[in-house]
Design a protein. Structure first.
Length: 407
């Protein structure tokens, strides 16, 4: 997307890339569902293993540490073998991790779940490293932010469905179902079967390998990553800390004072927060075809900070509503920061994308930090963690606004 406001209508997806866009977007749905189940699993682990906030956050830590360790190798694999093979490898790793829950579920220790989650995280890392930059290139560079936001809308739909179905499974009696009759392997094996079907589809189709240099004007030499990329990486890391810590402890915030039951909180997460998350991405993907990305980004970053202040404040139901509304304001952040950070990098796009995917380690840092603060203070006061990192995101939005004015 250009820094200036777009004038006239520009197709979001180039006609020749419409089918690849649909196929790649389906992956956003899959990993959204897989990641959202973790947020329900976190509460189940607290109940089933009698774990504290900080200890239960280890399940998120395992998945997102896999992103950190796997991002660079994933980028190297994709550069060498192409997007399609990278996607298929990611899907197979995803399925292997999911099936590892079968032997892991026989153990009664939380640590038994960490290896399957780590392997599953490696698969998700490969998928995201392949899909995020690929989507930005399937059309005019001016609509790259709109395009990735549209794909991320289906990621939001996957999150909503994953949280809903996970909640129905783990909390089906309405409050405290957490006994030995719960087999964690069941939902993950169901997902694995779908993933294998998708892998079979990708093995039969040929994705066009979009040349990175063609989106970089007449410059043949790779560009240095530069200050904007570095700031973008920091902002993306900060966003991941905010997003994943909020998702992880959403159910706790809604239930620990008796405001909702775990089952009711899952519905609030699915049809409240995550639905707003999906709607927000859909709205922003269209708004940003008419209004500059930087301006929309700034409004949303400001809104997220205001919501977090309300969450921390002792405002009762207002604080609960503010947490739900946070999802609307944060919805565009990941795809927008990602697109702004790699814009104009040409031949360095894939390398930069791999480095950006390392920022997802924030998903390991955030829940641990919020969880341990909650253990020491309270769950509401612990939301100072996402507040602090949203301020960093706001600073990046301000920086991009200033850069836009200079142009």
């Amino acid at each position: 997307m250009d820094n200036k406001q777009i004038t006239g209508w520009v197709p979001m997806v180039a006609r020749q890339y419409f089918v690849p866009f649909i196929l790649i977007t389906s992956l956003f749905f899959l990993w959204g569902g897989a990641r959202a189940i973790l947020d329900v699993l976190n509460k189940h682990v607290q109940m089933h293993f009698e774990a504290g906030y900080g200890e239960s956050a280890l399940i998120q830590c395992s998945v997102y540490m896999a992103y950190f360790l796997g991002a660079i190798p994933a980028g190297m694999l994709i550069r060498r073998y192409g997007t399609r093979r990278g996607v298929i490898t990611g899907l197979l790793a995803f399925a292997v991790g999911a099936f590892l829950f079968i032997p892991a579920s026989a153990f009664t220790r939380l640590s038994a779940l960490l290896l399957p989650l780590f392997v599953l995280g490696l698969g998700l890392c490969l998928l995201e490293t392949a899909a995020n930059p690929y989507v930005t290139l399937l059309g005019d560079s001016r609509t790259s932010s709109s395009r990735i936001n549209m794909s991320q809308t289906f990621n939001g739909l996957g999150c909503m469905m994953g949280a809903l179905l996970g909640g129905l499974y783990f909390f089906s009696d309405g409050s405290t179902r957490s006994g030995e009759d719960i087999n964690i392997a069941v939902p993950y094996c169901a997902i694995a079967l779908v993933v294998l079907l998708v892998a079979a589809v990708f093995s039969r189709v040929k994705l066009p390998e979009v040349i990175m240099e063609q989106h970089d004007g007449n410059n043949d030499a790779p560009k240095p990553l530069g200050k904007t990329f570095v700031f973008g990486f920091i902002a993306l890391l900060s966003y991941e800390i905010s997003e994943i810590s909020i998702n992880t402890f959403f159910i706790n915030f809604m239930t620990d004072d008796g405001f909702l039951t775990p089952s009711e909180a899952t519905w609030a997460l699915s049809f409240g927060g995550l639905m707003l998350f999906m709607v927000g991405r859909l709205m922003c993907s269209f708004i940003m075809t008419r209004v500059s990305t930087e301006r929309v980004f700034m409004v949303c970053a400001t809104g997220a900070i205001v919501m977090m202040v309300a969450v921390i404040s002792p405002l009762g139901v207002v604080s609960k509503a503010a947490l739900v509304l946070t999802y609307l304001f944060e919805s565009l952040m990941f795809p927008t920061i990602f697109a702004l950070s790699i814009r104009g990098l040409g031949a360095n796009t894939e390398r930069a994308s791999s480095i950006l995917m390392m920022s997802v380690v924030g998903g390991a840092i955030g829940p641990l930090a919020l969880g341990y603060v909650a253990d020491m203070l309270s769950i509401s006061q612990a939301f100072v963690v996402p507040l602090a990192t949203f301020i960093v995101v706001w600073a990046f939005a301000m920086y991009m606004m200033r850069e836009a004015r200079r142009r």
